[in-house]
Write a protein that binds this ligand. Structure first.
Ligand code: MN
Ligand code: MN
Length: 325
């Protein structure tokens, strides 16, 4: 028996139909000890940072459900993540829907344990503020780079008279706290109307590479991938995928939709373009099921998680010196 045959495997759709049994992420076994896996799929059912349309607290539940549509082998790259790495569903982080500050503490404490176990997190939000406590837990070895897909820069300063923590501010806070290296951050798909003409000034001043949607379409997917890889380089990098980076025709169930975004297929190609980078974790956020009763936005979110999982499994396999694929 090879090492990989002992790894946790998803429930097979050839044995138990995919609409059956309990919906975990990718139909993987559920573990409560992060040390049991090398890649942990984690739900963060919390939307207390949302400034407009709520509902992302329901994202993890519906993404688990839709993730049962994912199979075992990537159809383009051939990557078989469950042969490359020990993967499992680690359940949801504790949250406090009545208290934002307490939620940030609880979420970070969960990811502290994941990080201490050496486990790579792949998370399902939740609104985009959840990425801040995740970064607080995992950026222990110095500031990280980040490939950030989004319609919004999420580098606003304060809302509602000096309030510093919303889903519009996580990356301003993360850079201020030294969790991200602004020179190694690339934001792809940025668009939408602004509160003030100089809303993006701070991001530019920090040296963030902002690829607005107009430049994105001028460059095309391949050049955007090349630029993203140039910016983050070969040092540790996080991937954060806000589904509102997609055009709302593909992902209407989200808190702050902005028309004129990239397509699901383009997003998949961009994620595949990140193969070989030193990725330390990722998330898919802002899936708000109440705004998409069809469930398609959650399917899109689960599919982006699958793409990121395939990337992370190759990183873990490289780190462990495994060649099986
Ligand atoms: Mn965002
Ligand atoms: Mn956004």
């Amino acid at each position: 028996m090879t090492e990989s045959e002992k790894f946790p495997q998803p429930l097979s759709g050839m044995v138990v139909p995919r609409f059956g049994d309990i919906a975990t992420f990718m139909r993987l076994p559920l573990f409560r000890d992060p040390a049991a896996v090398e890649i942990g799929l984690i739900g963060v059912p919390w939307d207390g940072g949302t400034t407009n349309r709520p509902g992302a607290r329901h994202g993890p539940r519906q993404m688990r459900d839709q993730s049962t549509l994912m199979r075992r082998v990537h159809h383009v790259t051939g990557v078989a993540p469950y042969r490359l790495a020990r993967c499992g569903d680690l359940g949801d982080t504790p949250v406090n829907p009545a208290d934002l500050d307490d939620s940030l503490v609880r979420i970070k404490a969960f990811f502290d344990k994941v990080h201490a176990a050496g486990t790579v997190p792949l998370s399902a939000g939740g609104d985009h503020l959840i990425t801040l406590p995740i970064l607080r837990a995992i950026a222990t070895g110095g500031p990280l780079g980040m490939v950030h897909f989004d319609a919004h820069s999420d580098t606003w300063d304060t809302y509602f008279g000096g309030y510093k923590y919303t889903h519009g501010t996580p990356f301003r806070r993360a850079i201020e706290e030294g969790l991200l290296d602004s020179k190694r951050v690339v934001q792809i798909g940025i668009r939408g109307s602004l509160y003030n003409a100089d809303d993006m000034r701070w991001a530019y001043d920090q040296g963030i590479r902002v690829i607005g949607i107009e430049e994105y379409y001028e460059l095309g997917v391949e050049k955007v991938i090349a630029e993203a890889r140039r910016v983050v380089g070969d040092k540790p990098t996080y991937v954060s995928f806000d589904v509102d980076g997609l055009d709302p025709v593909y992902a209407p169930g989200t808190g702050t939709p902005e028309v004129g975004g990239f397509s699901t297929h383009e997003a998949q190609r961009m994620l595949r373009g990140l193969r070989g980078l030193d990725l330390v974790g990722g998330d898919v956020v802002e899936v708000s099921p109440p705004f998409d009763p069809s469930g398609n936005t959650a399917l899109v979110g689960a599919t982006m998680m699958w793409e990121i999982l395939c990337l992370l499994s190759e990183v873990v396999a490289r780190r462990k010196g495994r060649t099986d694929s």
